[in-house]
Structure formats: structure tokens, C-alpha cells
Design a protein around this ligand. Structure first.
Ligand code: URA
Length: 248
């Protein structure tokens, strides 16, 4: 503690500034989650026609998710990982469930797999803020175990409502859990990927999860093929190079 007689040291000032910056960052992140953000720069990907994006719908949904105690994951989570990105996006990525990094930061796909997903999005000529990213489960399963059917059942209404509010043109389901849950099928991802399916009238492309790509880099080629089909569908990009060049 400093007083008027003993002025703050540079180290005190640095510490106080850091704590202010940290607190402002947290408040901005909360505000972004609670309210519709305004993009000052025109997104490269044109927004979808108006969706019922009222503040109340998103606010209500986010508040409900933030306080959710429907399953036991609410007891072990640090943060609810609601979703992130453009709420008018034409393209939504849906993953499985938050991992440790996501649980810690309250944001989807921010760990190693997330970095790879970010690279894929950039390779499409987009930024994360142009798309919306979320998961089937909003809370981390302990030890990153697979989601339980009951957890999926209880959590899915949040995702359904998010997708209804965004009303994207395309959903990219990342990995087996996302694809099987959204398509209500037991067909393996190997058989599902590579072509569009339909989810509530929205085109859905299943592809391998980025975490799978970290373990099996040879599968990047197929993911890049799937991603190119999405790009073609939304009129993005011209001739592309190889998966290895664009998604290192
Ligand atoms: N894996 C997922 O499925 N989702 C995340 O948010 C992070 C890793």
C-alpha cells in the first residue's frame, strides 16, 4: 500500500496497471458474450440475412447456460464455454467439448487443437471473428473423457438454440461426436465426411476433429478437401494449394 508520503514504486505502478488491464479484459470478454458485438471492419464473409438476433434471446440463452446445473459437469467446470464469434455467421464450427485450456479461458478451441482450427479458418481466407465456434457440450468433461449420452441430451438444447439464432448457411461438424449428435446417426465419421448432409435444413459438413489431425497429420488432406467443399458452397477462394501448404 502506498500513501502520499511514500510514492508508489515503478514496480507497484506496473502491478496496478497489469491488474487494471486484466480486469478490463475480463469485462470486455463478458460483455462480448452477453451482447451483440458491432464489427467496425466489414467482415470478409458477408453476413447472413437478418436473423432474430435480439439482445434478449442471446442474453437469455447465455445467462441460462452460465448458470446451468443440469448435469454433474457443472460441479467440476471452471467456466461454461458458451461459444465465440460472429452471431450472424454464415459458417458455424461445432466441436465436441471444452478441454482444459477452454475451461480455463471460457472460450472454445483455444488450445493446441484450437490453434489448428484457427489455421484452417485462416486458410479459408477467414478469421475467427467471421465464423461462430461452439461445442456440443458447454462444460469440460473431467480428464477430457468422452461426453456421456445423458450430458449430450441435457446440453444439446443450448446448441440447438444457438444454431437457430445464428441460422447459418453451413455447419461444419468437427469429429465423430459432433457429427453423430447433430445427424442423429451411428455412422462413423469416416463414412460421413466428404459430402454435405442436412441438419434442420442447414447444410452440414462432417470432418475430422483438429485433435485427431494433431495425432494423424496425414488426414489433413481429407479435411482440406472437406473445407474446400465448404468454401465452394459459400463462394470463397479460387484454386487452392495442398493441405500441407495451407494448414501446416
Ligand atoms: N476440442 C473441442 O471439441 N472443443 C474445444 O473447444 C476444444 C477442443
Amino acid at each position: 500500500m502506498t500513501d502520499i508520503l511514500s510514492p508508489a514504486s515503478p514496480e507497484d505502478i506496473r502491478r496496478q496497471l497489469l491488474s487494471v488491464v486484466k480486469s478490463v479484459k475480463g469485462q470486455i470478454r463478458n460483455a462480448e458474450n452477453l451482447y451483440v458485438s458491432v464489427d467496425l471492419k466489414k467482415p470478409r464473409l458477408q453476413s447472413a440475412p437478418a436473423v432474430p438476433e435480439t439482445e434478449d434471446s442471446w442474453h437469455g440463452l447465455h445467462t441460462a447456460a452460465a448458470g446451468c446445473e443440469r448435469c454433474a459437469l457443472s460441479k467440476t467446470r471452471r467456466n461454461v464455454v458458451f461459444g465465440d464469434g460472429n452471431r450472424s455467421a454464415r459458417l458455424v464450427f461445432v466441436g465436441e467439448a471444452p478441454g482444459a485450456d477452454e475451461d480455463q479461458q471460457g472460450l472454445p478451441f483455444v488450445g493446441r487443437a484450437g490453434q489448428l482450427l484457427t489455421n484452417i479458418i485462416r486458410a479459408m481466407g477467414l478469421e475467427r471473428k467471421d465464423v461462430y465456434i461452439c461445442n456440443i457440450l458447454k462444460c469440460r468433461p473431467p480428464g477430457n473423457r468422452n461426453p456421456l449420452p445423458e450430458e449430450i441430451r441435457l446440453c444439446e438444447p443450448f446448441l440447438k438454440r444457438q444454431l437457430a439464432l445464428i441460422s447459418p448457411e453451413i455447419i461444419c461438424a468437427l469429429g465423430s461426436f459432433a457429427a453423430k449428435t447433430l445427424l442423429q446417426t451411428e455412422t462413423p465419421i469416416t463414412a460421413l465426411r466428404g459430402r454435405f448432409h442436412s441438419y434442420a435444413g442447414i447444410k452440414l459438413m462432417p470432418t475430422y476433429h483438429p485433435a485427431y489431425l494433431l495425432r494423424n497429420p496425414q488426414a489433413k488432406k481429407q479435411v482440406w478437401e472437406d473445407v474446400q467443399l465448404i468454401m465452394k458452397e459459400i463462394g470463397l477462394g479460387g484454386e487452392t494449394t495442398t493441405a500441407r501448404e495451407v494448414v501446416p
